[in-house]
Write a protein that binds this ligand. Structure first.
Ligand code: NDP
Length: 349
């Protein structure tokens, strides 16, 4: 089977599950020379995919999906048959880019695959989350842009805090020695998860609580670091609580991904002048610009996880046929932690 793009939501439209469709495909042939036949185990669904649903992705790091074309993204799989040196049956493999097709089986050119040795078999999905791009994003965003100094008792706020990047960003901010850690997210259950399981000091549900009022009472000394995953009104409220020379880690702006806006979208006029007056930094953060730090960051994430300082959370949807639904669910906040699609079980040979 393959999942393909059946229709586009429109640049200002809300994506729906029927934008994706499933169809039977012919069984792939045996791999040609230098090819590897791979079975997909897990797929990643991510907010950046929203821009790939438009005719033009509008970003430099990824292309739009073509209508009728197979959806591609992050994935991990197991080698069934190899005709390429360096790969053998049973190897776990990934690609470096966002080019894993949403299919059960695929012949990959060996040159774009790498063998995964970093994790045991029961943690493979983590290569798409905590130990993959979202974990690296949460961690590198904080370490490269957060200016967290232990002992300074800085107040850190994370929006989209219960998601894949946000949950890692918050935990890493604590590990790196921040003072108060506050999360903003969409449900009471997520708030509980943040405070009871991830070590956040407080959490605000933006759907049922007033963000600005709650923030000013939770953070009487103002906000020093803001890890921004969402943008829009939530960020507006956070920014107005920020201290002089505070910093915004501009990670994502999911609240406006269904709107035809430039990235990053401009702030409201009065917020923009507040940012200038307070000398708040708001640099765009793109994890792909830090590939030279991926190795050491992965080691840090793995060591912190092993030591029990970092909790991994995933929400798993089962079956290739539900991958489109998993993407829509994630965009609508149904996930806690990283949203994963489990396509097939790894069979022990
Ligand atoms: P998440 O796991 O955080 O899932 C998306 C979450 O966004 C949902 O669970 C939902 O949680 C929240 N959300 C959806 N719509 C809104 C809205 N209108 N207002 C507020 N929150 C909303 O996804 P990721 O962790 O993968 O991505 C988080 C952000 O990080 C995205 O903006 C993404 O584009 C960005 N990103 C940036 C990278 C970079 O290099 N800069 C790399 C990877 C991701 P809730 O219930 O709280 O609403």
């Amino acid at each position: 089977y393959r999942v393909f793009l059946k229709s586009r939501p429109g640049i200002n439209g809300v994506p729906v599950a029927s934008n994706f469709a499933l169809e039977k495909t012919v069984w792939p042939t045996l791999p040609l020379e230098n090819e590897v036949l791979v079975q997909t185990l897990y797929l990643s669904v991510d907010p950046y995919m929203r821009c790939r649903m438009n005719e033009d992705s509008g970003v430099e790091y990824t292309k739009a999906w073509s209508l009728g074309g197979t959806i591609t993204g992050g994935g991990i799989g197991v080698v069934c048959v190899s005709s390429c040196d360096g790969f053998k049956r049973g190897d776990i493999v990934m690609t470096a880019g966002f080019d894993w097709p949403w299919v059960n089986y695929h012949n990959f050119p060996g040159e774009i695959l790498k063998v995964v040795t970093e994790v045991p078999k029961e943690q493979l999905s983590m290569m798409l989350g905590l130990f993959g791009l979202t974990g690296l994003t949460g961690c590198l965003g904080v370490t490269e842009k957060g200016n967290i100094v232990p002992g300074m008792n800085q107040t850190v706020v994370v929006s989209g805090a219960a998601g894949a990047c946000g949950s890692v960003a918050g935990q890493v901010a604590k590990i790196k020695g921040c003072g108060k850690l506050v999360g903003i997210c969409g449900t009471e259950t997520k708030c509980k998860f943040l405070t009871e399981e991830l070590g956040f000091d407080a959490a605000i549900c933006y759907r049922s609580q007033n963000v600005a009022d709650n923030l000013s009472s939770i953070c009487p000394n103002g906000v020093d670091v803001y890890f921004d995953n969402v943008g829009g009104e939530i960020s507006n409220s956070v920014i107005t609580c920020m201290n002089k020379s505070a910093c915004i880690i501009l990670c994502g702006q999911i609240s406006v991904y269904n709107e035809d806006k430039p990235y990053p979208p401009p702030l409201r006029e009065e917020t923009e002048s507040f940012v200038k007056k307070q000398r708040i930094s708001r640099d765009r953060f793109l994890v792909l610009n830090y590939q030279n730090k991926f190795g050491e960051t992965l080691e840090f994430l793995q060591a912190s996880f092993k030591a029990g300082k970092l909790i991994n959370k995933e929400t798993t949807v089962h079956g290739l046929e539900n991958a489109g639904i998993a993407f829509i669910d994630m965009m609508n906040g149904q996930n806690i932690g990283k949203q994963i699609v489990k396509v097939s079980e790894l069979k022990t040979p």
